[in-house]
Design a protein around this ligand. Structure first.
Ligand code: ZN
Length: 169
């Protein structure tokens, strides 16, 4: 496993639409191992492949608490099959938007079809923070960041801040 560099906004790669994975093979498993290590190191609770510059439909997540056993989740080609009309709001952050947080409203429940670490077809039903996190990560696969849900003014301000931060590095 190795740590990868996380891309931050503004970066045109983050705006690409990711392609489907044809087969979950060792290359994809290595990618998922690297992503998980990178996510734990950051630390974060979710990471999409595109955030390390790989435009494939792959996500890793782990919502376990600090004192709990790690419970990584690997989602390849995730597809939302159901979104509840009922919404909930959570304060979201993103490893590609360092230091930026905002309350975003999303469906409080969603169902997702995906392939797991071994390429087996699975379905998950997510509620609460889990549901928000899955939707946030799947957005990445379509080139969408949470700031896209904010007002144009707020979004522009955040991008300006991030651009400045980058220049001062
Ligand atoms: Zn994110």
């Amino acid at each position: 496993m190795s740590l990868r560099k996380i891309l931050t906004e503004p970066n045109l790669i983050l705006r690409k639409k990711c392609i489907l994975v044809e087969k979950v093979n060792d290359e994809i498993r290595t990618l998922m191992d690297d992503m998980l290590e990178t996510m734990y190191e950051a630390p974060g609770i979710g990471l999409a492949a595109i955030q390390i510059g790989v435009t494939k439909r792959v996500i890793v997540m782990d919502l376990s608490k600090h004192d709990q056993k790690k419970s990584p989740l690997y989602l390849v080609n995730p597809k939302i099959t159901f979104k509840s009309d009922l919404k909930s709001k959570y304060e979201e952050g993103c490893l590609s938007l360092p230091g930026q947080f905002a309350e975003i409203e999303r469906s409080s429940e969603c169902h997702v079809n995906f392939l797991d670490y071994n390429g087996n077809k699975k379905e998950l039903k997510a509620t609460g923070l889990f549901s928000t996190c899955v939707q946030h990560e799947i957005d990445h696969l379509n080139g969408i960041l949470f700031i896209d849900y904010l007002s144009k003014l707020k979004k522009t301000m955040i991008i300006k801040k991030l651009t400045k931060q980058k220049k001062s590095l």
